[in-house]
Design a protein around this ligand. Structure first.
Ligand code: DNO
Length: 357
C-alpha cells in the first residue's frame, strides 16, 4: 500500500503540501480539480499544473478523488453519451499524465450525508455525525441549509452550493430512477469507459454510498457485499474496481468489513480507513481512527487489506476537529495525521508478524 492524504488543491484546502510532506510515511496525495463541474473535460494543462505543484513539494499524485459523474449519466438521460465522451477524454488526459487511479461515486443527488458536522464528543473534539431521526424530520431541500453553517467556510465535496441550489430539479430528474435503472446506467457507463481504462491502465474505484442505505427515498446501490459483487461481475474487468471505505460500508452494521475486503481481492484499488462510534444502528458519529475510540476493529480491517495483497493508495479518512483547528469538517490536518501514523503502525506490525511466519 501507499499511504496518502486527500488534498483539495490551492484555495480549497487549509492544509498545505509542505505539512502533508511532514507526516511520516505519507508519500502521495489524492487530489481533484475542484474548480471543474461534473461533465467538464479536464485539460492536460490543468492536470500537468497540479502535478507540477505536488511534485515540487516532494510528493506525488497517487490518484484522483473524484472525477464526478454527471447526473445525465446516472439518470441515463438522452444526452448521456456527450458527457461520457467528456469523461473518456478526461481519463485519457489523466492517463497521458501517468495518473492511474480514479475514485468516483454513483450516488443520486446527495453525495455522503451527515446530519451534524460538529457534534461535540466527551474529549471536546468535534466530529461529523448522522441520525436517521434527523433525516426523517428534514425536508430534503433544506438539507444543505441545515449543515451549511458548520462548514467552516469550506466547500465540501459533493455539497457544492451550485448543485445544491438545484436540489428540487435534481430530485425531479431521479423521479423514475430505481435501483435497477441505476445499475443499468452504471453498467452502460462502465462498458463505455473500459476501453480507455484498458488502454491507459486506469483503475476505476467506485466509492460506496454513505450512509449505505436509501436516504430521502432515493435509490442507492453501492451499499453491501451482494451489490458490489454484482457490480464487479456485471462488468468483469479488473479496471472496474472499488474504493473500500470502511466508514461508508460500516454505516450498516450488517456489513462484515473484513469479509467484504476478502471477497473483493484484486478489485480494491483505493482504501479509505476510518472508524465510527455507534450509539444505535442509526445514530453514529465519526471517531478517532483508533479501534478503542469507536465500534470497529481497525486491526482486522487493515489485516484483511494486507492479506489480500492490497497495493494501492490508502488514506486516513475523515478526522475529528482537534486542537483548535479550523478546517473543512473531516479534513483538518491533525487528526488525519494521527490516523495515518496509526494505520502505518498497524501495517508495519502486521507485515513483520507475517514475515516471521
Ligand atoms: C467524503 C468522501 C466522498 C467521496 C466521493 C467519491 O468525504 O468520501 O465525498 O470523495 O463520494 O466520489
Amino acid at each position: 500500500m501507499e499511504m496518502t492524504l486527500r488534498w483539495f488543491g490551492p484555495g480549497y484546502d487549509t492544509v498545505t503540501l509542505s505539512q502533508i510532506r511532514q507526516i511520516p510515511g505519507v508519500t502521495g496525495v489524492i487530489t481533484t480539480l475542484y474548480d471543474t463541474a461534473p461533465g467538464d473535460v479536464w485539460s492536460r494543462e490543468k492536470i500537468r499544473e497540479r502535478k507540477r505543484e505536488v511534485e515540487e513539494a516532494g510528493l506525488r499524485i497517487s490518484g484522483i478523488e473524484s472525477v464526478n459523474v454527471h447526473d445525465a449519466i446516472k439518470t441515463g438521460s438522452e444526452d448521456r453519451d456527450r458527457y461520457i465522451d467528456n469523461y473518456i477524454e478526461t481519463l485519457k488526459n489523466l492517463g497521458e499524465e501517468d495518473i492511474h487511479m480514479v475514485c468516483y461515486n454513483f450516488m443520486p443527488v446527495f453525495d455522503w450525508t451527515r446530519t451534524e458536522l460538529a457534534r461535540v464528543r466527551a474529549d471536546g473534539s468535534t466530529v461529523l455525525a448522522y441520525t436517521q431521526a434527523a433525516v426523517d424530520a428534514l425536508d430534503p431541500e433544506k438539507m444543505f441549509a441545515s449543515i451549511e453553517g458548520d462548514m467552516n467556510g469550506s466547500v465540501m465535496p459533493g455539497w457544492e452550493p451550485e448543485r445544491m441550489a438545484h436540489v428540487k430539479e435534481l430530485f425531479e430528474l431521479y423521479r423514475d430512477v430505481d435501483d435497477e435503472a441505476l445499475f443499468a446506467n452504471l453498467k452502460y457507463f462502465l462498458e463505455r469507459i473500459m476501453p480507455v481504462c484498458d488502454a491507459y491502465d486506469i483503475n476505476m474505484a467506485i466509492h460506496p454510498d454513505d450512509p449505505a442505505w436509501s436516504v430521502f427515498g432515493l435509490p442507492r446501490i453501492i451499499i453491501n457485499k451482494e451489490n458490489i459483487l454484482r457490480m464487479m461481475k456485471m462488468v468483469d474487468n479488473p479496471h472496474n474496481g472499488v474504493t473500500f471505505c470502511s466508514g461508508s460500508y460500516g454505516t450498516n452494521l450488517e456489513n462484515d468489513l473484513p469479509d467484504m475486503i476478502r471477497s473483493l481481492k484484486g478489485r480494491i484499488h483505493f482504501a479509505h480507513v476510518r472508524n465510527l462510534k455507534f450509539h444505535s444502528p442509526d445514530n453514529f458519529e465519526e471517531a478517532a481512527h483508533l479501534s478503542s475510540d469507536g465500534s470497529f476493529d481497525m486491526y482486522e480491517i487493515v489485516k484483511a487489506l494486507y492479506e489480500i495483497g492490497f497495493d494501492g493508495p490508502i488514506r486516513p479518512d475523515h478526522g475529528r476537529m482537534i486542537w483548535g483547528e479550523k478546517a473543512m469538517p473531516g479534513y483538518g490536518l491533525y487528526d488525519r495525521a494521527l490516523g495515518a501514523a496509526y494505520i502505518n503502525g498497524l501495517w508495519e506490525a502486521i507485515d513483520k508478524q507475517h514475515r516471521k511466519g
